[in-house]
Write a protein that binds this ligand. Structure first.
Ligand code: ATP
Length: 327
């Protein structure tokens, strides 16, 4: 039986990422263009359970393409992890006459979507919205490019003080499970090294750094560190450094939430716009339980099961590039 879609529900879930608003705009306008009504669900799955739902017209998404965050808010929702919570969510969907969902978020969001789709036979398409870039099946995620640019902007500023005072800076960036932000920002900011989660269990990255003779002829050094419970992140490494190599004048900067904010870059706006259009097109093509991805500049459809299950590898060869370029 063909599942006719007259009304689509749209939500953002998990951590916010710059470009989510551009995606909301693209989904809303593409749906309306195709004669489909759009209902914005506030605060992720929470709004589906509490019924915080509002119909969007094209004006509701005016003037938001340049805004960071998400105008429909985001939240973590433990209740959606229970069968009772999802049942209430489904009842609200029916009450609101929502036939399908487009969800913007990370792997947690898609895990919830996959379960919900299976339980209630709901057509759902996902858009990858996370600054960490850690979703398998897509070259980039919405928000990653903006976060990367925010980081290098901050590192450029820290470099001024690092070189004036001849200090070693450990700068902590987000990405406790994936080193994309740390690796790329180290490369783009000319840092001495990146310390990433993918290598935590393979080598002692700090020891490797010292052994490679970093800071040989330099009056300052910058090391980008991904947040980590294993190494203790920038603070943990700095403590070790002070203990084991007191000759270094070590400082720490934790960039924290500034990495999530700000106006999305041109790349993120374009990515979010293309993906938003592709999400509605996919629903109209009767695609179900897939994430929209982009590979070699082509839109692809990635089953939720794969996007959730597989880890996207970082290109560890880039560590060697960073090392060569920092001599
Ligand atoms: P980010 O990458 O920014 O952390 P995310 O989508 O991975 O984004 P999560 O907090 O992991 O963020 O998940 C978002 C929401 O998805 C959760 O708050 C919950 O409502 C839902 N969710 C996650 N895992 C499940 C699950 N196993 N079953 C049902 N719902 C889930």
């Amino acid at each position: 039986m063909k599942y006719e879609i007259k009304c689509v529900g749209l939500l953002t879930s998990g951590g916010d990422a710059p470009g989510m608003n551009a995606a909301i705009r693209a989904v809303t306008r593409t749906a309306i263009f195709n004669g489909i009504r759009v209902k914005a669900i506030y605060r992720g799955y929470k709004g589906l359970i509490t019924g915080e739902i509002k119909e969007f017209k094209t004006e509701n998404v005016s003037n938001i393409i340049q805004q960071g965050g998400t105008i429909i808010k985001t939240a973590r929702c433990a209740e959606f992890m229970t069968p009772e919570g999802r049942k209430t969510a489904y009842e609200n969907m029916r009450k609101e006459e929502i036939d399908a969902l487009i969800v913007i978020g990370g792997d947690g969001t898609f895990t919830g979507a996959r379960i919900f789709a299976q339980e209630f036979n709901v057509p759902i398409v996902g858009l990858p919205g996370t600054i960490d870039n850690d979703l398998w099946g897509t070259d980039v995620t919405i928000g990653y490019d903006t976060a990367l640019n925010t980081i290098i902007d901050a590192v450029d500023k820290i470099r001024d003080t690092a070189s004036s005072h001849e200090r070693l800076f450990f700068i902590e960036v987000m990405g406790r499970d994936a080193g994309f932000l740390a690796l790329s920002s180290a490369l783009a900011s000319g840092a001495e090294a990146a310390i990433i989660p993918e290598r935590e269990t393979k080598v002692d990255q700090l020891e490797e750094l010292i052994k490679n003779g970093f800071r040989k002829s330099k009056n300052s050094s910058i090391v980008i560190v991904a947040e980590s419970e294993v190494t203790g992140g920038a603070n943990g490494l700095a403590e070790r450094m002070r203990r084991e190599h007191p000759e270094y004048d070590v400082r720490v900067t934790i960039l924290g939430h500034i990495q999530r904010g700000g106006s999305p870059t041109a790349s993120d706006r374009i990515l979010a716009s293309r993906m938003g259009v592709a999400a509605v097109d996919a629903l109209l093509d009767e695609q179900r339980s897939i994430m929209i991805g982009i590979v070699n500049d082509e839109i692809v459809h990635v089953p939720f099961t794969k996007a959730i299950k597989f880890d996207k590898p970082v290109n560890e060869d880039l560590l060697g590039v960073i090392q060569i370029l920092s001599i």
